[in-house]
Ligand binder design. Structure first.
Ligand code: HEC
Ligand code: HEC
Ligand code: HEC
Ligand code: HEC
Length: 471
C-alpha cells in the first residue's frame, strides 16, 4: 500500500468536504447535494463521527476510511503488480507514476474502475476507491427522508422503486458483493448500473489474482461499520449457517448469470471479440498443474472428451444449501450444464439457455430458503454427517475448499469443532485471515498444485470423532 496515495486520498476527501460545505464542514446542515459524491454523507453529525463510543452507523465513514479494503481499492491500481497487469493488457511497458499516462488511464477506465472504484463519480473522486455508493446506491438517492425517525419503520419498502440498494437483507447483500467479487455484465438496469464488471482469463493471465469469493468468510473478514445487534438477535448461533446458505445460492445465481451473459455475448457479432469459451469458467488446475509423479491426478485419470472441468467452486456443496426436496432437481440441472460447458466445443446458445434456466430455478429456491424456518439442529447435524460422508468425491482444491467451508460453518452451527487448525491445503484459516489462504499470481501462476485429497484426512477424522462423541 502506498502511504502517499492514501494521504492524497484523505486530503482530497477533506478538501472536497470543505468545498462542499464552505470552510469547515457544517456539522448540523444536510444540504441536498445532487452530485454523487460521498462528502455529503461524511459530516460529523451523519456518518463521519470521530467519537470512539458513537454508534457504528455514525462512525461508518471513519471505519470505512481507516480499515475498509474497498477504500484502498483504487490505490491497488497503482502498485507494481497493477502496472504489470496494465502493461500486459496495453501490450506496452507503462509506469504508474503520477500523473498517469493517457494509455494507463485508458486501461483503468475501461477495465478496472467498475470494481476498484466507482465509475459514476468524477475522475478526481475515484482515488477514494469503491465508495459507499457501490454498496448503498447513489448518494443522490439518500435524500433527507432518511434522517427522519419514521425512516426505519418503513421497513423493506424504503428501498422499493428507488436507487437505494438494500444490503440489509442477506440475499440483497450477497448479490451486491457478488457483482464485483464474481462479476456482472450488462449493468444497465436498476441502482447498480454501470460498466461491465469482469475479471476474465485475459486479466488473470496478465496477472490479476484469481477470485475465490465465499460470501460467509468474506463477510466475516469485512470490517463491520454497522450495528450488528439486530442481525444477531434474529439469528443467534444460526447466523453463520443461514448466511452461508443464502450466500452460497446467491453467489451461484451471480455466477450463472455471468456465464449466460458471456455465452450470449459471444454470439453477438456487433460486440467486441469476446473469448469463448471463457477459460475462467473452468477449473484452473485442470490446465495449470505441475507435472509431478506420483500424482493423485494421474491416478484419478482424466476425461479426455472434454475441454476442461467446469469450475467446481460455485457448484460444489450447493446441494447442501438448497432444501432437501430440491437436491435431486439441482443435481439433474447441474449435470446437464456441466456436460454442455465441458463439451470440446461448447455451444454458446445451449450453455446460455441451460445456465439461465438453472439460475431462474435457484432464484425460486432462494425465496424458499430465505423465508423458511428450516434450520433446526437436527437438520444441521444430518447435513453435516452427509457432508463428511461425501468428502471422498472431492476433485480438486476448489471443491475441497468449499467442502471445508461447508463443514466448518455447519459444525460451528451445532457447536462442535472448537479451535481446530485449518487443513493443510488452505494454509491459513479463511475465516480469520485476509487473502493469505488464496492462490496468488504474484510472481508466476501459483495454482494450488500442491493440493492432494489426502490432506483432508486428519480434518475429516477429527470431525467424525467429534460427531460421535456428541451427546
Ligand atoms: C470484476 C471486478 C474486478 C475488476 C474488473 C478488476 N478487479 Fe482487481 N480485484 C477485484 C477483487 C474482488 C479483488 C480482491 C480479490 C480477493 O481478495 O478475492 C481484486 C484484487 C486486485 C489486486 C490485488 C490487490 C491486493 O491488495 O493484493 C490487484 C493488483 C488488482 N485487483 C488489479 C486490477 C487491475 C489492474 C484491474 C484492471 C486491469 C482490475 N484489478 C480489475 C475485482 C476486480
Ligand atoms: C462493501 C460494501 C459497503 C461499502 C463500501 C459501504 N457499506 Fe455501509 N453497509 C454495508 C452493509 C453490508 C451494511 C449492513 C446492512 C445494513 O445495515 O444496511 C452496511 C450498513 C451501513 C449503515 C447502517 C445502516 C443501518 O440501517 O443501520 C450505514 C450508516 C452505512 N452502511 C454507511 C456507509 C457509508 C457512509 C459508507 C462509505 C463511507 C459505506 N456505508 C460503505 C456495506 C457497505
Ligand atoms: C464495487 C465492487 C465491490 C463490491 C460491491 C464489493 N467488493 Fe469487496 N473488494 C473489491 C475489490 C476491488 C477488492 C480488492 C481491494 C484491494 O485492492 O485490495 C475487494 C476486497 C474485499 C475484501 C478483502 C479481501 C479479502 O479476501 O479479505 C473483502 C473481505 C471484501 N472485499 C468483502 C466484500 C463484501 C463482504 C462485500 C459486500 C458487502 C463486498 N466486498 C463488495 C470490490 C468490491
Ligand atoms: C482450458 C485451459 C485453461 C484453463 C481452464 C485456465 N487456463 Fe490459464 N492459461 C491457459 C493457457 C493455454 C495459457 C497461455 C496462453 C495465455 O496466456 O492465454 C494460460 C495462461 C495463464 C496465465 C499466464 C501464465 C504466464 O506464465 O504468463 C495465468 C496467470 C493463468 N493462465 C491463470 C489461470 C487461472 C487463475 C485460471 C482459473 C481461473 C486459468 N488460468 C484457467 C489455459 C487455461
Amino acid at each position: 500500500m502506498a502511504p502517499l496515495v492514501q494521504a492524497i486520498a484523505l486530503s482530497l476527501l477533506l478538501l472536497s468536504m470543505r468545498l462542499a460545505f464552505g470552510g469547515e464542514p457544517d456539522v448540523n446542515a444536510h444540504p441536498d447535494i445532487k452530485s454523487p459524491s460521498i462528502t455529503s454523507c461524511m459530516t460529523t453529525a451523519c456518518h463521519g463521527s470521530n467519537v470512539a463510543d458513537a454508534k457504528n452507523w455514525q462512525r461508518a465513514g471513519k471505519i470505512w476510511f481507516d480499515s475498509d479494503p474497498h477504500a484502498r481499492a483504487y490505490t491497488s491500481l497503482l502498485t507494481e503488480t497493477s502496472a504489470r497487469i496494465v502493461s500486459r493488457l496495453a501490450k506496452k511497458e507503462l509506469k504508474s507514476t503520477t500523473p498517469l499516462s493517457d494509455e494507463y488511464r485508458e486501461v483503468l477506465n475501461t477495465k478496472c474502475i467498475s470494481c476498484h472504484s466507482n465509475e459514476n463519480v468524477s475522475e478526481s473522486q475515484r482515488v477514494l476507491g469503491a465508495d459507499c455508493q457501490v454498496c448503498h446506491g447513489s448518494a443522490d438517492a439518500w435524500g433527507s427522508e432518511h434522517y427522519s425517525s419514521e425512516w426505519k419503520l418503513l421497513g423493506k419498502n424504503r428501498f422499493d422503486g428507488t436507487e437505494r440498494i438494500n444490503v440489509e437483507s442477506i440475499a440483497g447483500r450477497a448479490k451486491v458483493c457478488a457483482s464485483c467479487h464474481v462479476g456482472e455484465l450488462d449493468r444497465k438496469m436498476g441502482p447498480t448500473k454501470g460498466l461491465d464488471r469482469e475479471v476474465d482469463h485475459r486479466l488473470m493471465a496478465a496477472g490479476h489474482p484469481p477470485m475465490y469469493f465465499d460470501f460467509e468468510s468474506f463477510l466475516r473478514r469485512y470490517p463491520v461499520h454497522w450495528d450488528t445487534q439486530d442481525e444477531s438477535v434474529a439469528l443467534g448461533s444460526k447466523l453463520g449457517m443461514e448466511r452461508w446458505r443464502v450466500g452460497k445460492i446467491t453467489t451461484a445465481i451471480a455466477r450463472l448469470k455471468l456465464l449466460a451473459a458471456r455465452a450470449e455475448r459471444s454470439t453477438n457479432k456487433s460486440t467486441q471479440v469476446a473469448d469463448w469459451p471463457e477459460l475462467t469458467e473452468y477449473s484452473c488446475t485442470s490446465c495449470h498443474h505441475s507435472l509431478v509423479r506420483p500424482s493423485w491426478r494421474i491416478a484419478r485419470g482424466s476425461n479426455t472428451n472434454s475441454l476442461a472441468s467446469w469450475d467446481d467452486w460455485t457448484a460444489s456443496q450447493l446441494d447442501c444449501a438448497v432444501r432437501d426436496q430440491s437436491i435431486e432437481e439441482l443435481n439433474f440441472q447441474l449435470t446437464l450444464l456441466k456436460k454442455s460447458v465441458e463439451h470440446t466445443m461448447p455451444v454458446p446458445t445451449q450453455v446460455a439457455t441451460i445456465a439461465a434456466s438453472l439460475k431462474a430455478w435457484l432464484e425460486l429456491e432462494l425465496d424458499h430458503v430465505s423465508s423458511s424456518a428450516e434450520n433446526s439442529d437436527a437438520i444441521l447435524l444430518q447435513k453435516l454427517k452427509s457432508r463428511i460422508a461425501n468428502g471422498d468425491r472431492l476433485q480438486n482444491w476448489e471443491s475441497a475448499t468449499q467442502w471445508y467451508f461447508a463443514t466448518r460453518v455447519l459444525a460451528e452451527g451445532i457447536g462442535i469443532l472448537g479451535s481446530k487448525a485449518p487443513v493443510s491445503f488452505v494454509k491459513e484459516d479463511p475465516y480469520v485471515n485476509a487473502r493469505a489462504w488464496l492462490p496468488t499470481v504474484s510472481n508466476k501462476f501459483d495454482a494450488p498444485t500442491y493440493f492432494d485429497p489426502d490432506m483432508l484426512n486428519d480434518y475429516s477424522t477429527d470431525l467424525k470423532r467429534q460427531l460421535q462423541t456428541r451427546p
